[in-house]
Ligand binder design. Structure first.
Ligand code: URA
Ligand code: SF4
Length: 210
């Protein structure tokens, strides 16, 4: 675990001084992921917004407030999950990150995931969903096809369940999406966690019998 913490600190410092894509020129500061690295659950958003760029932490603005509520609905505490973004620097005017920026930044997401080795990843929105599908070699069609489905993923010695849902910011602009987003957290995400916990318990019992 100590070696892991050291690697993680190295990763954070690499992100903070990164100049690998043009987004470094307009940022106030880069925003690494946040949360415990010994968790089993990782949430991945798109890119830092204005508040995140100012404070250096992911999901601390309006979308973050809604995300806190959604986590609560799924029975999760924010302090128990790791939250990060596909790109670590804010795109100007909050535009979507471009393919070259996503590609340049992808190694940081890979490093976060290989240190944490999550069992469940929740991708928030199209950019995160597409990026994670492609990392796992799954064909991305569109968010309406992917949304609310649990898929098994393998990439770089990692194995995890992946769920794509809407981005919380989308529900702020379009309140119709909010109930579907809430349903994904209440049903699919909570259910996936319950199932995983159950498997863990079963395994422990069987180990005990042997
Ligand atoms: N939206 C994101 O995708 N990420 C953040 O950190 C904040 C808003
Ligand atoms: Fe580096 Fe990623 Fe920031 Fe681009 S977005 S400068 S690749 S940390």
């Amino acid at each position: 675990m100590e070696a892991q913490s050291r690697l993680y600190l190295e990763l954070v410092s690499d992100i903070k001084k990164c100049t690998k894509c043009p987004l470094h020129m307009s940022r106030t500061q880069a925003v690494p992921g946040d949360g415990p690295i010994n968790t089993e659950i990782v949430l991945v958003g798109e890119a830092p917004g204005k508040s995140e760029d100012e404070q250096g932490k992911p999901f601390v603005g309006a979308a973050g407030k809604l995300l806190d509520k959604l986590l609560e609905i799924a029975g999760l505490e924010r302090s128990k999950v790791y939250i990060t973004n596909v790109v670590k620097c804010r795109p100007p005017e909050n535009r979507e990150p471009e393919d070259n920026e996503i590609k340049a930044c992808n190694n940081y997401l890979r490093r976060e995931l290989s240190l944490i080795k999550p069992k469940l990843i929740v991708a928030l929105g199209r950019i995160a969903g597409k990026t994670l599908y492609e990392m796992c070699g799954i064909r991305w069609v569109n968010i309406n096809v992917a949304r609310g489905r649990v898929v098994d993923c393998r990439t770089n010695n990692l194995e995890f369940k992946l769920i794509v849902t809407y981005h919380p910011a989308a529900a702020l602009y379009n309140p119709n999406l909010r109930s579907e987003l809430e349903r994904d957290f209440r049903e699919h995400i909570a259910e996936s966690i319950r199932r995983h916990e159950k498997t863990k318990r079963k395994l422990t019992l069987e180990d005990f019998r042997l």
